[in-house]
Design a protein around this ligand. Structure first.
Ligand code: XMP
Length: 495
């Protein structure tokens, strides 16, 4: 019944995730028995197969910390100077506990807090000399209880702020902070660095949420005892200098960022990195064919990033006429990479948990995501309101806007004088914290694996290669049937 993958993917069609569907197999274990632990690259293990893409609207320190806290990893983008990128790595690695996803809000002593809505996302407001996050030395703290008791909401915060709020050093481990909150019956506690600057604020709710992470979802911590953090580079001469800064800052894995990775520039860079920093894992790409993959594997990569033009903001296939449907690309590249023991990252085109199940079953060891993580609390940038909806900007690194800031190396040759966009700028709706929706998504992925009768990624890969798992192509009508259809929206009426 159905087709084995070898037959389905050798018919001359380029399929993407939505084109194909797996046939269910046999269940003989509970959902919780599914293990999603995996390899990002030859020497880096993760307990959750999720990677945040090196894009300037997706991965900076906050995203990297949260992804590592969840058991995945974030790759800090390089659309900045080497020193900016290094300080983002340092900042991410300086966190000891799973990041509290709260906003950290500041006001100056002369300000007033007119509306309590600030306490929806922040457990307290910090009063600092200039009232902005450039000055994080705390003079006092206002919490919701303080504020609610206040008769005159126009009062200056200096007149009622709490000047004796207890703080803890930000080097405290999660369990110590949790124990302190419980023992003192506190709602929240600010964590401060050596000079008294506030770094984080952990609330009772955070403790409950973090404790509720799925079992086995161990944080990604390296041998240095710090969170695993990756960083991207390009293939120019200046990237060699950048690389030195990134390695010094503690980057655990380097990703060479290119839309067509099979080039003399990348191969030379791979050889250079492996010679200079043999202990740092190196991921090459992007590739979509077996030939491209073989060349980069031969050059010495420890992992491969797969995808060309499948990203939600990508226009590469339209502009350059090259690329491949992502399901076919993942299957084809993984079939050569597996022979050399090189894990692959399915990069781009993930918009639901079913896509993750498909990518991982077709041979990927991890999925890299842009739009799925954009719009979250942890994504860089501020929220804004658009047509009544709270959104954050999400842009392709090959969009003119991003290239103007410097990411042209990924999409242009060294000598190109004219910028041709291979990506677009858009916005993504607020989806809350990745600390909440990634564990939920991973649970859905586990259910997919259970339906396939695969209790781990390794067993899914074996079942696919041996032909036990079967797939089919979905017709257009079958795809419509597979989605929500035939409904009008239901509006709750009160009678
Ligand atoms: P998703 O679908 O997760 O895709 O939003 C993220 C991936 O898309 C790639 N990327 C681009 N591709 N033009 C492209 O053709 C671009 O401007 C661009 N920016 C990012 C990248 O691989 C990322 O991980």
């Amino acid at each position: 019944d159905g087709f084995p993958a070898t037959k389905l993917f050798n018919q001359g069609y380029s399929y993407t995730y939505d084109d194909v569907i797996f046939l269910p197999h046999y269940i003989d274990f509970p959902t919780d028995a599914v293990q999603l632990s995996t390899n990002l690259s030859r020497n880096i293990n993760l307990s959750v197969p999720c990677v945040a893409s090196p894009m300037d609207t997706v991965t900076e320190a906050s995203m990297a910390v949260s992804m590592a806290a969840l058991g995945g990893i974030g790759i800090i983008h390089s659309n900045n100077t080497a020193s900016e990128q290094s300080s983002l790595i340092r900042s991410a690695k300086s966190h000891r506990i799973p990041f509290a996803s709260n906003d950290i809000r500041f006001v100056s002593p002369d300000d007033s807090i007119a509306s309590g809505s600030v306490f929806d996302t922040a457990p307290c407001v910090f009063v600092t000399e200039n009232g902005s996050d450039s000055d994080r030395k705390v003079l006092g703290v206002v919490d919701k209880v303080n504020w609610e008791r206040l008769a005159d909401k126009e009062a200056r915060v200096s007149s009622y702020m709490n000047k004796n709020t207890v703080t803890l050093p930000n080097t405290y481990k999660f369990e110590d902070v949790a124990g302190y909150l419980a023992a003192k019956e506190l709602e929240f506690v600010p964590l401060v660095s050596g000079d008294g600057s506030v770094v984080d604020v952990v609330s009772k709710e955070d403790v409950e949420r973090i404790r509720g992470f799925p079992k086995g979802g161990l944080p990604s911590v390296g041998e240095d005892g710090e969170f695993l953090v990756g960083a991207s580079i390009g293939t120019r001469e200046t990237d060699k200098e950048r690389l030195e800064h990134l390695v010094k800052a503690g980057a655990n894995v380097i990703v060479i960022d290119s839309s067509q990775g099979n080039s003399i520039y990348q191969i030379e860079m791979i050889k250079y990195v492996k010679k200079m920093y043999p202990d740092v894992d190196l991921i090459g790409g992007n590739v979509v064919t077996m030939y491209q993959a073989q060349n980069l594997i031969q050059a010495g990569v420890d992992g491969l990033r797969v995808g060309m033009g499948s990203g939600s903001i990508c226009t590469t296939q339209e502009v350059c006429a090259v690329g491949r449907g992502q399901a076919t690309a993942v299957y084809k590249v993984s079939s050569v990479a597996a022979q050399s023991g090189i894990p692959i990252i399915a990069d781009g085109g993930i918009s639901n948990s079913g896509h993750i199940v498909k990518a991982l079953t077709l041979g990927a060891s991890t999925v890299m995501m842009g739009s799925f993580l954009a719009g979250s609390t942890e994504a860089p940038g501020a929220y804004q309101y658009q047509g009544g909806q709270r959104v954050k900007k999400y842009r392709g690194m090959g969009s003119l806007e991003a290239m103007t800031k410097g990411s042209d190396a990924r999409y242009l040759g060294d000598t190109a004088k004219m910028k041709i966009a291979q990506g677009v700028v858009g916005a993504v709706a607020d989806k809350g914290s990745v600390l909440k929706f990634i564990p939920y998504t991973m649970h859905a992925v586990k259910q997919g694996f259970q339906d396939l009768g695969a209790s781990s990624l390794q067993s899914a890969h074996e079942m696919l290669r041996s032909g036990i798992l079967r797939l089919e192509v979905r017709t257009g009508a079958a795809q419509v049937e597979g989605g929500v259809h035939g409904l009008v929206s239901y509006e709750k009426k009160s009678f």
